[in-house]
Ligand binder design. Structure first.
Ligand code: NI
Length: 388
């Protein structure tokens, strides 16, 4: 059973929706146009209920099947926000807003879930209820958590959740998934170093925060090489070093920023503990002082074993089992669908975007060819999970 015929019929229409969203990118929770466009479209598609304002600008639609009675409720989720990047695709539907673009394909995710709404509201060939979740602020704002905090899961009685992300480099017509940890926990590292400033010609009178910062950065490399089990995964990267303003002054303070990524709660705890020890004690060894602010952002994205197998089976029905990689290597990127997977069993799947520029690149574009594949996946998932 490949692409659903009825869905192939409105490939062009959904492509237009996608390109309209692409032209009008909005960031984080500030999605007035996107959120209104989604809510208005859902109303014209004849869904049973549209609720706005969850997690500030999130939108939820409810569709009940007419294939018998069932109390089963499944949530399907798409993200709506864009990124602060200047678009360089040169496409005729490129961003009309300077400095903002849909560089992660959330325009495509939103359009595909709207396509699923169209098909499911029209056919209703399932028992139970499907809840379509359009969330804000995936890119660093924890929009999924904001919707959960507003009662999303309880209010609609959601029992299982599914998410999908396009993936450049995986061919069009293929899916990839794995059971267990699929994407990393992504945490923020902020280090403040306090030394003692002096004339640069009298370094002996200083406690140099630049030298302390350099030592901290070197010592942090030992977390991956000497603390974490070599068969586990961790990333500790310092990505910003702010200190000083002159050629001839040793500054008083320095700031380091970075990210820590891990695929298990144990490694996450260990990495945080080691970063703190290294930061505080390295600074102390030089007679200075350093403090760590460790921000736990997105948790590990963990697929439920049974639901991941189910999702893979559905994907196989669309593109053929041989085109579904069921043991893809985890990636160290973060994803806030992880918050939903912490609350409910479910699965996150990658759908091949073909040979395009990478996610978050100025030349990236969502591949409209994959629309019928993604929409068919949503449709079959609902019809199969709630067949009677
Ligand atoms: Ni994304």
């Amino acid at each position: 059973m490949p692409i659903v015929n009825r869905i192939a019929d409105f490939h062009e229409e959904i492509t237009e929706w996608r390109r309209d969203l692409h032209e009008h990118p909005e960031l984080l929770y500030d999605l007035p146009r996107t959120s209104k466009t989604v809510a208005d479209r859902l109303k014209t598609l004849g869904v049973d209920e549209v609720v706005t304002g969850l997690g500030q600008t999130g939108v939820v639609a409810v569709i009940k099947g007419n294939k018998g009675k069932s109390s089963k409720v499944i949530g399907l989720r798409a993200d709506m926000d864009a990124l602060p990047i200047e678009e360089a695709t040169g496409k005729e539907y490129a961003s009309k807003t300077s400095g903002k673009m849909h560089a992660c394909g959330h325009d495509g995710h939103t359009a595909m879930l709207l396509g699923a709404a169209k098909y499911l509201a029209e056919t209703r060939n399932f028992a139970g209820t499907v809840v379509l979740i359009f969330q804000p602020a995936e890119e660093g704002g924890a929009g999924a958590q904001a919707m959960i905090d507003d009662g999303l899961l309880e209010r609609f009685g959601i029992q299982e959740v599914y998410g999908m992300h396009n993936y450049p480099g995986i061919p069009v017509g293929e899916f990839a998934i794995r059971s267990g940890a699929l994407m990393a926990a992504a945490d923020k590292v902020e280090i403040s170093i306090e030394g003692y400033g002096s004339h640069a010609a009298r370094p002996n009178a200083s406690i140099d925060p630049v030298v302390i910062g350099a030592a901290i950065i070197q010592n942090l490399q030992t977390i991956a090489s000497r603390n974490v089990d070599p068969l586990e995964s961790v990333v500790v990267s310092i990505t910003a070093f702010h200190a000083g303003e002159a050629f001839n002054v040793i500054p008083q303070t320095a700031e380091l920023w970075g990210t820590c990524r891990s695929l298990s709660p144990d490694v996450r705890d260990l990495a945080e503990e080691r970063i703190r020890m290294i930061v505080e004690n390295t600074a102390a060894a030089f007679g200075g002082k350093a403090t760590l602010k460790y921000g736990r952002d997105y948790p590990v994205t963990v697929n439920n074993e049974e639901k991941a197998a189910f999702a893979a089976k559905i994907a196989g029905q669309i593109v053929g089992d041989s085109k579904v990689d069921t043991n893809v290597a985890p990636v160290m990127g973060g994803e806030d669908f992880s918050f939903m997977l912490e609350q409910r069993p479910g699965a996150f799947i990658f759908v091949g975007n073909g040979d395009t520029a990478g996610l978050h690149h100025p030349e990236y574009d969502f591949n409209d060819e994959i629309i019928p594949i993604g929409v068919s996946y949503w449709a079959k998932l609902v019809e199969t999970a709630m067949s009677a």
